[in-house]
Design a protein around this ligand. Structure first.
Ligand SMILES: Nc1nc2c(ncn2[C@@H]2O[C@H](COP(=O)(O)OP(=O)(O)OP(=O)(O)O)[C@@H](O)[C@H]2O)c(=O)[nH]1
Ligand SMILES: [Mg+2]
Length: 375
């Protein structure tokens, strides 16, 4: 009887926000009828992610995502835009000012714990501010945090308190930047709710808005992220995604290269130093990703022979489903420190000791760009 009543009222999964249903096991939001009486209710997909680390992809429609973002424009709220500072390019949410109307935006760079220990946090913050401005965003403030490690959260809460002026708070950003991890961190530090929002290493975890009540009757809202298809993460298997996503502080690796030398980042990117004086290439990628140096003249052959084995990920058969490599040419001028960024993988810093001509090969569709050095 009680189950009937609960099923009759529309309820959301406390883990991902999806509408609960008991009809179709294969569709999002499924809960076995016997589990409906639980409070809070979480869907089978969230249960599996939480307890078995399962990968449970559900692709949210871009239209659904845009509907949610557009909805924010009609509210009076503070918008907290979260980016992943390790994958800034891949985690930038385009066109946000258009969606949020006149609402103020607080820009938060998350995953600070991944950057090397000796970084100058202020410099990184200024860098983020500068990059935001270049992209047409003028945030009310910029903060750096690590949601996972709980770094910078007190300061963030103070700033949210000051900027929201009694309004609701929306947490937005592309998938996988750590929005739900951040909301959980806020909830825990304040003891406002007893459930955790589901988080996972795979994009597309949160499926609909999740509202958390604040003390003043207002709400803090976690939202689903939009997929950025330029990220390399969408082209590899879940196991390989775990490998290329840094889980700990990244140790920069320095290669002193002569021209006509090549670096392979696993089997996912190839960087040819085509022309220029001997100089350091500093690689910032997941510590578990293997890097191989070879002569440029041997690179084609090495790839043909060892893609998926020595040059992995992609591992084994996954090589066949990787989009073909496409070439991007860059020149880095002497005197400027520049990062060559491969979306979802990391970056290589050239210190600007001398001019350098590079050719970078990545799977078709992956974004490669050049920027002012972050570190
Ligand atoms: N290293 C590090 N990892 C983090 C941090 N915050 C989140 N993560 C990891 O990033 C991944 C994605 O986190 P989520 O909180 O699920 O990201 P999300 O933005 O809510 O993703 P969607 O719901 O798919 O939009 C998980 O593996 C988290 O553990 C952080 O501060 N540092
Ligand atoms: Mg989420």
């Amino acid at each position: 009887m009680e189950e009937q009543e609960l099923a009759g009222t529309a309820r959301q999964c406390a883990g991902c926000g999806v509408m609960i249903q008991t009809e179709d096991k294969a569709k999002p939001g499924y809960v076995p009828p016997a589990a409906l009486a639980r409070d809070p209710v979480i869907c089978q997909r969230c249960f599996r992610i939480k307890h078995y680390n399962e990968v449970a992809p559900v692709s949210m429609d871009d239209d659904d995502f845009l509907r949610i973002l557009n909805g924010i424009g009609a509210t009076d709220s503070l918008v907290v835009m979260v980016v992943d500072i390790f994958d800034f390019q891949g985690s930038w949410l385009r066109g946000l000012p258009r969606f949020v109307g006149g609402n103020p935006i607080l820009l938060v760079g998350n995953k600070l714990d991944l950057l090397p220990r000796n970084i100058n946090v202020n410099r990184v913050r200024n860098w983020l501010q500068h990059e935001a401005k270049e992209r047409g965003l003028r945030p009310a403030d910029v903060l750096l945090v690590s949601a996972a490690k709980g770094v910078g959260i007190d300061e963030l809460l103070v700033r949210i308190g000051e900027l929201r002026k009694g309004r609701d708070v929306y947490i937005v950003g592309v998938t996988n930047v750590g929005k739900s991890t951040l909301v959980n961190r806020i909830i825990h530090d304040h003891g406002v709710a007893e459930t955790d929002i589901t988080t996972s290493p795979f994009p597309g975890t949160t499926l609909d808005k999740i509202e958390i009540a604040l003390e003043d009757g207002r709400v803090l809202v976690d939202t689903p992220g939009i997929l950025n298809r330029e990220q390399i993460g969408h082209m590899v298997t879940p196991a390989d995604l775990r490998l290329i996503t840094p889980s700990a502080r990244v140790n920069p690796k320095v290669y002193q290269l002569n021209d006509r030398q090549t670096l392979f980042l696993g089997g996912l990117a190839r960087i040819d130093f085509v022309r220029g004086k001997h100089q350091p290439f500093v690689v910032y990628v997941s510590n578990r990703l293997k890097i191989h140096r070879t002569k440029l003249e041997n690179a084609d052959q090495l790839l043909a022979k060892h893609h998926g084995t020595l040059l992995a990920p992609p591992s084994g058969e996954a090589v066949a489903s990787l989009p073909p490599f496409t070439r991007h040419a860059f020149k880095v001028d002497a005197g400027e420190s520049r990062d060559v960024v491969i979306s979802g993988l990391g970056w290589v810093t050239l210190t600007g000791k001398a001019d350098a001509y590079l050719e970078v090969y990545v799977p078709k569709g992956v974004h490669v760009g050049i920027r002012r050095a972050l570190i």
